[in-house]
Design a protein around this ligand. Structure first.
Ligand SMILES: Nc1ncnc2c1ncn2[C@@H]1O[C@H](COP(=O)(O)OP(=O)(O)OP(=O)(O)O)[C@@H](O)[C@H]1O
Ligand SMILES: [Mg+2]
Length: 461
């Protein structure tokens, strides 16, 4: 049966004929068996190449699946980043509005105590109470500045500062001393590059940023651990795709590392949101710490990268653009005497409290003061007479703001000296007013000294 099957095979005949032709001494059965082996080898070889092909296809398929998963993940990350950016933007808008309104309210509160003191001369018994009002008002105005920092509607003054100096300043603060005592098992390691390049920054805000990051590191290592603060000069050649994309450039890097509880992948995307906190009852967290950090980072044109894994500690990297040239520090050398004057000044503001405050303050400094309750009233006033300088509020009536007012006034008095003021920080319309000739932008709220200096600078220009 077996022999029959093989001897009837197609190949057998050909092979038999071939063997016979070259006269090899093999029997028919041997040739048939040989043929079967050859056939099987052929099949096996075919199977091998088929298998190789399948393997190749499988690898390609796997690659495609991995690629798809990767793009899906990237898409998801992008979507979350976008949502986060949108949420932050709406919060910033809200906070910016609140900060603007509060700044207007705070203006007389910050300015009046100094004015009252000037009127009362020195050593009068109510001086202490005035000092309390003044301190509270200044504190409130600093808090509002923080809010405005978040909303990025405030440009606080910046100068050339050194990150190491900011760290050292924070390390001598009461908060740091308190934390060192509270967490004796946390070891502090400082690796500060003494040649680090300065950055353009605000010292109080930088120490606040360091404080919030260091406090978090302490608080999330309740059993103890290592808290490392590093500064270094970094040149980024290729974009680092981190929490934020770190673009090529020269940076002064602040790195704060802990080996505490770490942050999970799902939490990390939310940590900069206001009121997001994972602190338990015994820790008094409001969830604003990192929100403030984020605002300060943005206000410094810096970039942030966070790396953390659950139970594996956290690393916060903040890339501050490095200053190439040392900026000159501006020195506050003026005194009250030097800000006095007798020139004619027109105050244009739609808020009565502001008009009254400015009028009182400038009269105290000996100026000849006039007021206008809006831009149109100012234009009318100046069509009849002239003044040496105008103090112009930016946001007044919708259809006739500070810029519109200044344009009209310049038609009547092309050389009119002006100062522009607002509770918001510099925007396009303020920039335009400055371009037209206003000497300075005065951010509300301001002290008498700041007001007086702006006026004198404007007049003496
Ligand atoms: N170093 C860290 N280690 C682990 N988790 C952290 C760290 N830093 C921040 N987080 C997480 O981010 C959340 C938000 O931090 P954030 O500083 O904004 O608020 P908070 O520390 O909870 O409260 P607050 O700072 O207002 O006292 C924390 O609750 C925590 O879940
Ligand atoms: Mg915190």
């Amino acid at each position: 049966m077996f022999c029959q099957t093989i001897s009837s095979g197609l190949h057998t005949k050909g092979l038999y004929t071939a063997f016979r032709l070259i006269d090899l001494p093999y029997s028919e059965i041997e040739i048939a068996l040989f043929n079967i082996i050859v056939n099987r080898i052929g099949e096996a070889l075919e199977n091998i190449s088929l298998f190789e092909e399948l393997k190749k296809q499988n690898i390609n398929l796997q690659k495609e699946i991995i690629e798809r998963k990767k793009t899906e993940k990237e898409k998801k990350i992008l979507q979350v980043k976008l949502e986060l950016a949108k949420r932050m933007e709406s919060i910033e808008l809200l906070v910016g509005g609140v900060a603007h309104d509060l700044n207007n309210i705070l203006c007389p509160l910050v300015g009046y105590p100094q004015l009252i003191r000037m009127k009362l001369k020195n050593n009068i018994p109510i001086d202490r109470e005035i000092e309390i009002i003044e301190k509270a008002a200044l504190r409130a105005s600093n808090e509002v500045k923080d809010l405005a920092t978040i909303s990025r509607k405030s440009a606080y003054p910046k100068k050339s500062v050194n990150l190491n100096a900011a760290i050292e300043e924070y390390f001598t603060s009461a908060t740091m001393i308190e934390y060192e005592e509270k967490y004796p098992d946390v070891k502090i390691i400082k690796k500060l590059d003494k040649d680090i390049k300065n950055i353009s920054g605000s010292m109080p805000h930088l120490t606040k940023l360091i404080m919030n990051l260091v406090c978090n590191a302490y608080e999330f290592m309740p059993e103890g651990g290592e808290l490392t603060i590093t500064t270094s000069s970094v040149k980024v050649d290729k974009t680092i795709y981190g929490y934020e994309d770190i673009l090529p450039g020269n940076y002064s890097l602040l790195k704060i590392t802990d080996n505490g509880s770490g942050i999970s992948e799902s939490d990390i995307i939310r940590i900069f949101e206001p009121y997001y906190t994972k602190k338990i009852h015994s820790m008094t967290g409001s969830g604003l710490g990192l929100w403030v950090v984020y605002g300060i980072v943005k206000e410094h044109n810096a970039l942030i990268d966070v790396n953390s894994e659950n139970r594996n500690g956290s690393v916060f990297n903040i890339y501050f653009p490095a200053l190439e040239q040392e900026e000159e520090e501006t020195k506050d050398s003026r005194n009250i005497k030097s800000i006095r004057g007798t020139e004619k000044i027109l105050v244009i503001d739609d808020e009565i409290e502001l008009r009254t405050f400015l009028s009182d303050a400038l009269k105290q400094l000996n100026y000849d003061v006039y007021v206008a309750e809006n831009g149109r009233a100012a234009v009318k006033f100046l069509s009849e007479q002239s003044v040496n300088l105008i103090i112009l509020d930016m946001i007044m009536e919708n259809d006739f703001d500070g810029l519109d007012t200044y344009r009209e006034i310049l038609r009547i008095h092309p050389e009119q000296k002006a100062i522009i003021s607002s509770g918001f920080s510099v925007n396009e319309r303020i920039e335009e007013t400055l371009k037209l000739g206003a000497s300075q932008f005065l951010k509300k709220p301001y002290t008498i000294m700041e007001l007086g200096e702006a006026i004198r600078n404007g007049l003496d220009k």
